[in-house]
Design a protein around this ligand. Structure first.
Ligand SMILES: Nc1nc2c(ncn2[C@@H]2O[C@H](COP(=O)(O)OP(=O)(O)OP(=O)(O)O)[C@@H](O)[C@H]2O)c(=O)[nH]1
Ligand SMILES: [Mg+2]
Length: 304
């Protein structure tokens, strides 16, 4: 008798993490992955395109799909983001609706739950930010949501504090279809390094600027040069829609862009484990968020 026949079959599948903006989807994906694969910020609409993270749990490969928050889109960019989120749910073996427990059952969340229900996929509910609410408030919220959609499972966690996540991983793993792994076991994500560099810079824009700037900024990696000493020279451009936004991003004597660059470089050096020389251009480009080319540069399908 050979030993291999005694091993349980491997499992593998896509798990879409969907919900309203700012619910904590990206925080959850990073916490489950045990490393940073997707950027996080206190501002809504941080994630703009789908990012897949590979999580191994026993003999299961969970491919988590972080998605943009679902909201009522106005701009062409917004439409492409929301389409990417729904596409993530459609392609997945199961979807996890993540709800900010402190915000509760908003109209936005209700609309998402109802639309998911019509999708015909296995659905789970995850009440996040449990650290911010009194525990007795969680059960009624869970019941209200389960009255809209009978979820196969309900989790109550704090993605930020890492509470309750072991059970999430185990349950997700058990609910995946049997099959071979789709990614090498040591892969972390499907995000190309050029996109990662742009995202890490955008994360600092989100963190270090306010009001209309974060929403109207996009970042593209222009060049990536490998150097003989093992370091990399990366040049990125931040596009904003107005001259005033450009002024804010540059700051007094260039102080703001310098600070954004320093933080982003440190983060990239830690993630890539190598020295990085980061150069940032800031350009005004009115209407980039209505431009198909800029939207496709993010890896999104332009919805016109
Ligand atoms: N207190 C608390 N804060 C959390 C928790 N999870 C996420 N947050 C915070 O919520 C904010 C939004 O987190 P993100 O992970 O960027 O949320 P998101 O759902 O990916 O947001 P979008 O990409 O904009 O749709 C950040 O400030 C996080 O630190 C949690 O469990 N507890
Ligand atoms: Mg996000």
């Amino acid at each position: 008798m050979s030993n291999t026949t005694e091993l349980p079959p491997t499992r593998c599948g896509l798990v879409a993490i969907v919900g309203a903006p700012n619910a904590g989807k990206s925080t959850l994906v990073n916490a489950l992955a045990g490393t940073k694969v997707t950027i996080v910020s206190p501002k809504p609409q941080t994630t703009r395109f789908r990012i897949r993270a590979v999580v191994m749990e026993g003999r299961a490969q969970i491919i988590l799909v972080d998605t943009p928050g679902i909201f009522a889109p106005r701009r062409r960019l917004d439409r492409a983001m929301v389409a990417a989120a729904w596409g993530g749910a459609q392609d997945a073996d199961l979807s996890v609706l993540i709800v900010d427990a402190r915000a509760g059952l908003t109209d936005e969340v209700r609309a998402i739950a109802e639309k998911l229900k019509g999708g015909g996929r296995k659905l789970m509910l995850l009440l996040n930010k449990a650290d911010l609410v009194d525990p007795p408030r969680l059960l009624p919220l869970s019941k209200e949501l389960n009255d809209i959609v009978p979820f196969a499972e309900t989790f109550m966690v704090s993605a930020l504090k890492g509470r309750g996540l072991d059970r999430v991983k185990a349950v997700l793993a058990n609910n995946l279809p049997e099959g071979p792994y789709l990614f090498p076991e040591d892969d972390l994500s499907d995000l190309p390094q050029r996109m990662l560099a742009a995202e890490i810079v955008r994360e600092q824009v989100l963190r270090q600027t306010h009001e209309e700037v974060p929403h109207h900024a996009t970042v593209e990696t222009e060049t990536w040069q490998e150097r003989k000493d093992g370091s990399a020279r990366i040049e990125v451009t931040i596009y904003v829609t107005r001259a005033t936004q450009k002024g804010i991003l540059i700051g007094d004597g260039g102080a703001k862009v310098k600070s954004i660059g320093q933080s982003a470089r440190r983060e990239l050096e830690a993630l890539l484990e190598r020295r990085i020389h980061l150069f940032i251009n800031v350009k005004e480009r009115a209407g980039w968020d209505e431009e198909g080319g800029r939207i496709r540069a993010l890896g999104l399908d332009d919805q016109g």
